[in-house]
Structure formats: C-alpha cells, structure tokens
Design a protein around this ligand. Sequence first.
Ligand SMILES: C[S@@+](CC[C@H](N)C(=O)[O-])C[C@H]1O[C@@H](n2cnc3c(N)ncnc32)[C@H](O)[C@@H]1O
Length: 349
Amino acid sequence: MSDYQAVINEYNEQASSYTDYTSLPCGVLETQLMTNALGNCEGLKVLDLGGGSGLRARQVIELGASSVDVVDLSPEMMRVGKDIEESLGRNKIKWVEADLSQSIQHLQLGEYDLVMANWLFDHATSEKVLEKMWENVVTHIKPGGRFVGVRSGDPRSLVFSTGKYGISYKDLEDIPGGIKLRYVMHVEPPIEFEGTPMEIMYSGSTKMHEKFGLEDVRTERYEDTEIIKNGDPDYWKMFLDNPGMAVNNLGILYQRMGLEWARDNIAAFGGDPNRMVLWGQSSGAALTDAQNLAFPDDPIVQGLIQQSGSVLVPVGEELVTEDPTHSNFTLVARGAGVPHTRAPSSLNA
Ligand SMILES: C[S@@+](CC[C@H](N)C(=O)[O-])C[C@H]1O[C@@H](n2cnc3c(N)ncnc32)[C@H](O)[C@@H]1O
C-alpha cells in the first residue's frame, strides 16, 4: 500500500467537485496569475506534475500548448479530467498514474519545454520528500525550458482561518519542517484534503530552488491581475497583507542554461561560440532583454535582437511602459551612432 493511500482516497472520493475551485475568489485569482506566468504557450510540450483533474493542463492548452502529460496518483482525479477532455473532443492530454514522492525516471517521459507543479509540494510529508518532488521537476525541464508552479502562503495567516476567499485551513499541527493540516475548499458542498506544507516552501524561501540550480525565481504580482486591479480593494486587503498563495515562474535561468548549452556545443554544429546572437520576438524580446539585464558581466552572446519588445512591455494585455513608442531606444541608438534610426513612432510595431 502506498504511503499516500489516505491522500489517494481523499482525492478519489472528492474528485468530481474539485474543478469547482476555479469559481472561488482565490481560484479566479490563481487562474489569472497563472495566465500571466504562462504567457504564450504556442506549441509547447508540457509536463504537469500532480496535475489532478487537469485544471491547469486545460489552461495551458487554451494558451496554445501542443500537448500535456499529467502525472498524478489519484486515478479518479485523472478520470474527471479525461471525461472533460473527451467532452471537448480533444486528445492533447496524456494521463499517467505515479507517486511523485519517488523518482519517476522509470517512466522515461523525456524532457519538456514547460514543467508545472501546482499545489503538489503541499503534499510533501518531509523536506526529503519535497526534494524528491523537486528532483522530478528539474530532471524533466529541457535546456531553455522553464518551471511554473503555485505554492501556498503561510498556513497560519488570517486569510486561512476565515475562508473568506474560498479556502480555509483547520486542525493545524506542527510536524518536522512544516505543518500538517486539513484544507477546506468552500465549494458546494465543501470538500477537505490533508496537506503537509513545508516551511521552506510557504515561507517564500528560495533555498530549495537554489539547491536545484533555480536561482532566478519570479513571483507573479497580484496587482497585475484583473480581479485585484478592478476588484474591491477593501475585500482583497486581508489577502494582499499576507497572501495565501503565490505563483512562481522560473524562466530566466533555464534560458540561460540553453545559452550555456549552445555556447558549449555550437562548434560541433559548425558555429562560433564567440559570435552568438540572441534573438526573441514579442514575449521572446522581453526575455531576451531580461537575459541582458540579468547577466551584464557575462552575457555569452555578442548581440541581442529584440523584435518588438523589452522587459518594460511584458507578456499580457496591458502596456506598462511610459515610453510606448520606444523613443528611449531611438535616443540611445542615435547617441551610439547607429545610422538610419527610424522615427520613434514607427518603432511601435
Ligand atoms: C490540490 S490538488 C492540485 C491539482 C492540480 N495541480 C490543480 O492545480 O488543479 C493536488 C494534487 O496532487 C496530487 N498528489 C498529491 N500527492 C502526490 C504524490 N505523492 N504523487 C503524485 N500526485 C500527488 C493529488 O492527487 C492531487 O491531484
């Protein structure tokens, strides 16, 4: 019998109500944070660890992903997901039953452009198990790929004692490295699951990420979601004072790894490691810019081509720059003596 039999049973029994989570206030917020973190997923091959009934797998497909492999230990959660996909007439998700507290190397899944683990880490019963789960994440990200995941906030925060945003925690008990508790999801009727969030995760510490070489952790800003921007500030104050969850996006370092790999191997393909240029379009241009800013002392490449974008114009609907015509660029380019620099207004592609 699996160490996780109780967890399997609980998810199996309550699987059909789980998808209602997305209609709760924190579920809506999570979906919007995920949309911002995921950006354009056109053509990506995705792995969703602890993907359950495929809530986020479906989201990533709607954002353009070509395929998603969901790995989870609850057959019923995955059955609910399969039924939904079937009803949509799609066949883009593969469902794999496995325990992620153990190595899943034997499954030989290969490498992915994007790996997700949303709320999975809250089921690590110790730091050792947590490390195993992270190992399963990093061994499946390909060079140039990235990780996006939801983690919980401090379980003792006021947000979770009230259930105001749709989730509350009860029966809290200290365990080595973390807290054992029961999550209550206030769908109709409410459902409950046991969880064991480890402090190293919910505290927002990046120690675990660093241990696995994932140093550049970006946490999505709540203020960049519609529900917070256009919602009632009084209603969301308690949440924002001590957020109940965070969406982490670890992209830059993996792009850096891709560059490092190209530098180390490009000669074998007839290329010159001393004459490499990094190019990106739209969100890719913003990330090209991010590489430049993150590694100014050793950019690896000799040139950057940012086609229609910079870190000031990130993925998303809204332009957050005060320089929408990119006149700063024109000014710097002219100052640097670049000939034939076009008028600022024509740069706003
Ligand atoms: C809170 S649900 C989140 C599901 C999904 N990621 C989402 O965001 O909708 C946690 C999921 O983790 C799965 N899970 C928990 N422990 C696991 C383990 N050791 N191995 C694989 N899956 C696990 C559960 O079966 C459940 O589907």
